[in-house]
Design a protein around this ligand. Structure first.
Ligand code: PLP
Length: 400
């Protein structure tokens, strides 16, 4: 028998445990049960036809070879224009390093800028890959928390400030947040910028959902004075254009950092698939109506889900205006059904009703003194009728 001798660092590598919920949901469906998929942040809507056609045309034209590691000039220019104009910032192609998805920006930010032992502030609950990659590269993750308010979640800024030390090197920030769908007020953004400047922090601004919103405007931390030169924006085509499986995104960064990220590309994937990059040019420069159709459908789902949740006396949530998640306080519902563990509650809900969802435990380590229990309901992969049916089954089970 071969004895597996793995690198020590593999012991620090985390994962997206939400995929375990998918497995449980698949197993339950394979046994002939109906499943209502609120668990995964994937999108069950088609990529707009003009983007698909552009990719097929690029293949037909033989655009199938390697590209420059930072991407084709046309896509870098289109991204610089689009990202810059939506944030009131000036970027050029030299600020853009195209990526196979938004997620690689997280690992490349840490690889480029963080040394072992450096402290990195990151949101909890938050996208679990931040914590995984901080740990993997031997840095020290310093989670910052949120407080539930009547209108959603706000960052506990006093707590965050108290966690900054001379070893703090970076802040990871995700406005239009996964899983909370939280957005920072102008004053919260101003305080974060002030902290980043005062403590000379690098900032990873994860803007995966910047354009997935149902009213109002998104604001970027990077637009505040002094922030552009210390910030890397995570951009992705995944959510806005329903392109999760295409794997297309970008790091938008100061020139020197963009160059380092491109050097990491050379060492890793070489480049992002060329014909996919041409599809990205069409997404940014071509007919934008497909993205609007996606957003309108997500809005209908948001309304259906929110209406169902607020009608349940034991569920509590604020109406999100961005992203495609509803983060629900389920403490009372758990009490009603006699659960003290939120994952046990989720498993029982799946078996009793077919409703699959993630819980607080899938979004970073649980901190001491968290008073309540939460579940995340994603509405990107489930239509309005199933949202209503699933939530009505869940409501009946909880009030049973
Ligand atoms: N950042 C956040 C907050 C996300 O929720 C996701 C995907 O779920 C990503 C980044 C990465 O998305 P992708 O790699 O598909 O661009």
């Amino acid at each position: 028998m071969i004895i597996m001798r793995l690198a020590h660092r593999i012991g620090s590598l985390g994962t997206e445990s939400a995929f375990l919920v998918s497995q449980a949901a698949r197993d339950w469906a394979a046994r002939g049960n109906r499943v209502f998929p609120f668990h995964l942040g994937d999108i069950n809507l088609p990529t707009p036809a003009n983007i698909v056609a552009a990719q097929q045309q690029a293949i037909a034209q033989g655009r199938t070879g390697y590209t420059a590691p930072a991407g084709i000039p046309e896509l870098r220019a289109a991204l610089a224009d689009d990202v810059g104009s939506r944030r009131g910032l000036r970027y050029g192609p030299e600020n853009v390093a195209v990526q196979p998805g938004g997620k690689p920006v997280i690992t490349k930010f840490i690889q480029a800028l963080i040394n072992p032992g450096d402290e990195v502030l990151y949101p909890v609950p938050g996208f679990p890959i931040y914590e995984s990659q901080i740990d993997y590269f031997g840095a020290v993750g310093v989670p910052y928390r949120f407080v539930e308010s009547a209108s959603g979640f706000v960052i506990d800024l006093d707590d965050l400030t108290a966690r900054i030390t001379p070893r703090t090197r970076a802040l990871i920030f995700n406005n239009q947040q996964n899983p909370l769908a939280a957005e920072s007020s102008p004053s919260e953004l101003a305080r974060l910028a002030e902290l980043a400047l005062r403590h000379d922090l690098w900032v990873l601004s994860d803007e995966a959902y910047f354009e997935t919103r149902y009213s109002g405007d998104s604001h970027s931390l990077v637009s505040l004075p002094g922030m552009q030169e210390r910030s890397i924006i995570l951009y992705t085509f995944s959510k806005k254009y329903a392109m999760t499986g295409w794997r297309l995104g970008a790091a938008i960064a100061p020139v020197k950092i963009a160059e380092i990220v491109a050097q990491l590309n050379v060492n890793d994937e070489s480049c992002t698939s060329q014909f996919t990059q041409w599809a990205g040019v069409e997404a940014l420069r071509g007919d934008p109506s497909g993205a609007l159709v996606i957003r309108q459908e997500l809005r209908r789902r948001r309304d259906a889900l929110y209406d169902a949740v607020v009608a349940m006396p034991t569920f509590r949530a604020a109406r999100p205006e961005a992203a495609f998640y509803l983060y629900v306080n389920v403490s009372d519902a758990m009490r009603n059904r006699g659960f003290s563990d939120v994952d046990a509650f989720a498993s029982a809900a799946l078996k009793a009703t077919g409703v699959a969802f993630c819980t607080r435990k899938h979004f970073g380590r649980v901190l001491p003194g968290e008073p309540d229990h939460y579940a995340r309901f994603a509405y990107s992969g489930i239509g309005v009728d199933d949202i209503r049916e699933g939530m009505s089954r869940l409501a009946a089970w909880i009030s049973d």
